[in-house]
Structures are given as C-alpha cells and as structure tokens.
Design a protein around this ligand. Structure first.
Ligand code: DOR
Ligand code: ZN
Length: 438
C-alpha cells in the first residue's frame, strides 16, 4: 500500500513524505514514491499522517466490569481515537495479580481486541516472586501506593522495597503515587472537593518514597498521572541525580482543573484529582519533564457516577479524545506536533519496550492515522464509543478529524466506523527495556 501526498508528523516536525507499507510493516518512506503495478494507493493530499498512538494507561474492565467496558468496546473506542496500541491496567476483577489471572485476561483480549495490546501486572503484598517470574510477559508492574478503584494496594515498606528490588530493574514499575495514610486522614475531614480530600501533599509524600527506594535499588520507575508542579520538580531533581525515573501526565489534568470538577460533580472525580489552575499551568510549563501522555481511561456508568460523592467511583473516559484534544492544542500553537508524537508514540514504546511500535519508520508496524487538519467538530457524549457513553469534554470543539486508521497496514477504521473484526488486535512483543535517562 502507498499513502501519497500527505504531511507526515515526525518528532522533529511535519514533513511531506510518501509512506509505503508491506506485510504489516512500513517498508519505505521518501519524498516521492512511484506506485508499483497493482499497488493499493491512498491519496492523502491535504491530510496529516501520524503514527498510531500508544495509550500506555487504560482500564478496560475486562474481566469483571464488562457492563462499563470490555476489550471489544474499549479497543473500538481506542481506534476511533487514533490509538492503535493499548496497555491495560491490572485493577480488574479478578485483578491481574497472578500468572493465572494474566493468562485469563490474555485469552479475553485475544478474542475481542481490535487494536494491539499489552498488560500490566498488579503488585500485592505477597506476589513478589510471581511478579518477577512473569515480568517478560508484561509491559510493566503497576503498584498502587494509595487506594483507588479495585483492591490493589501496597502501602508497607517491606513489600514495596522487595518489589522494587526483585522485579527486573530495567522493566519499569509504574506507581500510582498517592500516600494511603494521608488519604485516610484528609478523606475523613468531610470535604466533597476531591482536590481537598486527596490533596497534592498525598502525591508528594508517595512520590518521595518511591523515588528514594528507586534510587537506592537503581531501578526503572515510571510515575503515573503526575498532576502538580511539586511532583515535576521532585522528578526533575531525582533525574538530575541519576535516578531512572520517567513520568506521565493525562489529558484530563492537562485540559481540566478543580473548577471543572465543581462543574462536573462526580463526573469530574478522578484519582489523583483535577488540580488547581496553577498546578495545571505547571504541567504545560514543565512539559519537557513529562515523558508520556496516557489517558487513564477509566469508564464508569452514569448511574455509578450519580451516586453521592463518597460512593461515586473515580475516573473518566479518555482513550477516544486524547489525540483530538492534543492535535487541536497543536493547531492552536500550544505545543509542537512533534512533541506530542514523542510523548504518545516514541517514548511509550521505548519505556515499555514495544519493539515493533514507536515510529513511522521502516521496519516498524504500519500503525497509521490520517487526519483532516481543517475539519472542525464537537465532541459529544453520543459519539463516545466506550460502553459508558460520556466524556468530560462534551461540548468541546476541536479542529482536526480522524479520517482513517490502519493497524499493521490494514484499514481498521474509516468515516466513524470500525472495520476491524474482534480478534484482529494482537499481543505486543517486548524487547529490551531501557530508561530514557541514566
Ligand atoms: O480515577 C481513577 N480511576 N484512578 C485510578 O487510579 C483508577 C481508575 C479506575 O480504574 O477507575
Ligand atoms: Zn489509572
């Protein structure tokens, strides 16, 4: 297949390039490629050509929560959002905390997924050896230092230290860094403002612990959803000292604040919470320190969200809206388009060792998104493919509309319609892992 006349977004910026694919891979990239006899041709005149995004942070609820999402609906939502690879979090029911549960989850995804996928292994107080033993089958370990949706939680020093020193040091441990003791304390103060019930201090305490232990044992650490200036300062300082730490931010925290939580009520409740305007501004100011953008796509039904504050679960959808929101921000001049590719494609592939992913480059999987940069549309709840059917960004207008999505060279999504069949998605292949720093 030959994609002609488009503008390809590389990390260094947009370039006019033709892209040839063969047998699921990108086989040639050049200014002008001559069609071969019988070759399928896509005319991308006026289009932007992007590598498929990697969402390294989704919660697809399969098994155990399939009334809100499963591997089919979740990966269809991903396709609609130009995401061609997802890494699924372990806080399902049962949690992905044993070899057996990991195998069960693999089987479910193999039947249903329409994009490529990998999994996290969930840390518990006791599964230290088992986690290390299955490390080569997962993208990373996920360790919850503070409780959120589901039962995964590790707060004591001993299991944290043992996980940090036993799990292969080059494979990241991804930490949900909110300190449980302080969450219990602040949660009991009676505030229904989520940013007070789970304040920035809780994130700072947990992050400091994780950084200190990672420094001591010399391991790769990835901080999920950083939300405050203080966290980014601590990460930068640790990195300067040689700690192998990378970090993520979510579009929720880039584009929304605690004022939006007031407006959205429980629909704006997420862990860690939407923060102050000044913390939000810091995420953009410290953009250089941020390595990945992951959505933390965490669907909950409207009914679940309409319960009282204390009972309503935390999390919002995001896998379908990340690319449109970021592409729109690039069009508004808020960020260079190449900087988005770096954080949504290149870095996730490097950090999680996704050997066939990570760039529009010869030899990589032909995961490709075509966008019409001129088309303006409104994000609405009706267009949300996720089973839960709502987005905190309803009513937002964005410029740039996804036209076609290819997964490994095959047209998988076109004109708002998913063409891929359940099971077309494949498990990713892992290679060596290396931190971006030190
Ligand atoms: O808000 C959140 N929702 N934060 C998490 O850590 C988990 C997620 C979920 O799975 O619902
Ligand atoms: Zn999450």
């Amino acid at each position: 297949m030959l994609i002609r006349n488009g503008v390809v977004i590389l990390v260094d910026g947009p370039v006019r390039l033709d892209v040839r694919t063969r047998d699921e891979k990108i086989s040639e990239l050049a200014e002008q490629l001559t069609p071969e006899p019988g070759e399928q041709i896509i005319d991308a005149e006026g289009m932007m050509v992007l590598p498929g995004f990697i969402d390294s942070h989704v919660h697809f609820r399969d098994p155990g929560g399939t009334h809100k999402e499963d591997f089919l609906s979740g990966t269809q939502a991903a396709l609609a959002g130009g995401v061609t690879t997802i890494l699924d979090m372990p806080n399902t029911q049962p949690p992905t905390n044993s070899r057996e549960h990991l195998q069960e989850k693999k089987a479910l995804a193999a039947q249903k997924a329409v994009v490529d996928y990998g999994f996290y292994f969930g840390a518990t107080d006791t599964n230290i050896e088992e986690a290390a033993a299955v490390a080569d089958q997962v993208a990373a370990m996920k360790l919850y230092m503070g409780s959120s949706t589901g039962s995964l939680l590790v707060t004591e020093f001993s299991p944290i230290y043992r996980h940090f020193s036993t799990f292969p040091l080059d494979k990241p441990i991804v930490v949900h860094a909110e300190d449980e003791q302080s969450l219990i304390y602040f949660g009991a103060q009676g505030s229904t403002e989520h940013n007070r019930a789970r304040p920035p201090l809780s994130a700072q305490i947990a992050l400091s612990r994780a950084l200190a232990i990672a420094e001591k044992v010399g391991r790769a650490l990835h901080i999920a959803h950083t939300t405050t200036q203080r966290e980014l300062e601590l990460i930068q300082e640790a990195r300067n000292k040689g700690v192998r730490v990378t970090c993520e931010v979510t579009p929720l925290h880039l584009f929304l604040t605690e004022d939006d939580q007031q407006r959205l009520g429980n629909f704006g409740k997420v862990n860690p919470p939407l923060r102050s305007k000044s913390d939000q501004a810091a995420l953009w100011r410290y953009f250089d320190v941020i390595d990945t953008i992951g959505t933390d796509h965490a669907p909950h039904t409207k009914e679940e969200k309409m319960q009282p504050y204390q009972k309503a679960p935390s999390g919002m959808t995001g896998v379908q809206t990340m690319l449109p929101l970021l592409f729109n921000a690039a069009q508004e001049g808020k960020v260079e388009p190449g900087e988005i590719i770096k954080r949504c494609v290149v870095n996730p592939a490097r950090i999680f060792g996704l050997k066939d992913k990570g760039a529009l480059e010869v030899g990589k999987d032909a995961d490709i998104v075509l966008i019409d940069p001129q088309q303006v549309y409104e994000i609405t709840n009706e267009k949300i493919v996720s089973k839960c059917g709502w987005t905190p960004f309803a009513g937002t207008k964005v410029k740039g509309k996804i036209q076609q999505v290819f997964v490994r060279g095959k047209l998988a999504f076109e004109h708002d319609t998913c063409l891929a069949q359940p099971g077309n998605g494949r498990h990713v292949h892992y290679a060596y892992h290396h931190s971006l720093y030190a």
